[in-house]
Design a protein around this ligand. Sequence first.
Ligand SMILES: C[S@@+](CC[C@H](N)C(=O)[O-])C[C@H]1O[C@@H](n2cnc3c(N)ncnc32)[C@H](O)[C@@H]1O
Length: 221
Amino acid sequence: MSDAQRRSYDTLFPRYAVPFGQEPADFPQLFGNDNPLIVEIGFGMGIATALIAQAHPRRNYLGIEVHRPGIGRLLWEIENRRIENIRIIEHDAVEVLEKMIQDCSIEGFHLFFPDPWQKKRHHKRRLVTRPFTDLLAVKLRPSGYIYMVTDWADYGDWALAELSATPGLINRYEGFAPPQLWRPETKFERKGLNKNHQTYELFFTSGQGEYLYRETPDLSG
Ligand SMILES: C[S@@+](CC[C@H](N)C(=O)[O-])C[C@H]1O[C@@H](n2cnc3c(N)ncnc32)[C@H](O)[C@@H]1O
């Protein structure tokens, strides 16, 4: 952790972090409003998280991450950009979903470059795998969305198969989605692009209805 990250972590964590607990959290109370709630799993350094939240002040963002320097960095962004609509949980996302998130309550899930677990014997550790995708689907409100991006082709194919097989989810595109222009580049993505990696985007919704992210600002840079 850098000194700045440590300082932000120590001073801002109590204000913006939600302690992990065994009971469903009361998000309207935590945010002070009942705006739609979007959950980002594994935000890394959180720069994209901060930019998206800043561009959409009438939506709430819950970032779940286990990497403490990244949490310190996002807290620093929250303070510097005066962002009010982000809260953080420092814990394993699977347990957070199981315990703290009510069914049918989430507007969207963002999974930007989840760990690809490249070796075949590690594939079972991939997050975007059933039954975890079933849990995501159960937590979504009608017309809620799951937006995943990876730069690992094999994980892209894998996730496409797993999400397509998940009851209640509908792929809004044929195969991979076109780049969603409201998503800023992430730190991990930049590293891959510098090595000429390609990006694979997946966009699924729960039901066929209109979903939230239509016609929103272009943050793709
Ligand atoms: C490859 S990094 C991508 C980070 C960021 N989204 C980006 O694109 O720069 C994956 C991140 O997911 C986090 N992560 C992995 N498994 C997790 C879990 N079960 N719960 C919460 N975070 C997790 C890791 O700590 C890591 O920061």
